[in-house]
Design a protein around this ligand. Structure first.
Ligand code: FES
Length: 177
């Protein structure tokens, strides 16, 4: 996590109790509360889970028990470039699992994890609605169809080039010190 992200997360944690107040303290509100927390942080940070447990006056294990039951919740922050690999039927038949494995090997993380620098995360997803392009992967909002292991390296090169161009543009727009 870079310092700016860690500051933002600290600020969000600080303001969490005031966002919890409108939900009241009924334990039946746990799921809407977890949804709100995930909306704020894009995942469920451990520190936020503790605040939720205290707010509802229930054991932390119960909060985790409910959160882990539903696959809508994630416990690691998404990367700045979230990678979603489709493993719906059409993509699976065309080797989606091999694409997933190649992304995992390239980044050194598994499905559901995020790289230490928070640049990339990998997630398997169900059909994303463009089966004609199977196998499909998404990087951010961009759909990459007819994926093949040989295309993965080029995809990372493109992300790196785009990042460098954005940084250069930012520097050019900065007023001279
Ligand atoms: S199964 Fe992958 S896009 Fe439909």
């Amino acid at each position: 996590m870079n310092p700016a992200e860690s500051d933002t997360e600290a600020q969000l944690l600080k303001s969490l109790p005031e966002h919890l107040a409108p939900f009241g303290t009924e334990r039946s509100n746990l799921i809407p509360i977890l949804q709100m927390v995930q909306k704020h942080f894009s995942y469920l940070p451990a520190a936020a889970m503790e605040i939720v447990a205290r707010h509802l006056d229930i054991p932390l294990a119960e909060v985790y028990g409910v959160a882990t039951f539903y696959n809508q919740f994630r416990f690691t922050p998404p990367g700045r470039h979230p990678i979603k690999v489709c493993l719906g039927t059409a993509c699976h038949v065309k080797g989606g699992d091999i694409i997933l494995e190649n992304f995992e090997r390239k980044l050194g993380i598994r499905d559901g994890e995020t790289t230490a620098d928070r640049e990339f995360s990998i997630e398997r997803v169900a059909c994303v609605g463009c089966c004609a392009l199977a196998p499909v992967a998404l990087v951010g909002e961009t759909v990459h169809g007819n994926m093949a292991p040989s295309k993965i390296e080029g995809l990372f090169t493109r992300i790196q080039v785009e990042k460098e161009m954005a940084q250069r543009k930012k520097r050019e727009n900065e007023p001279d010190a």
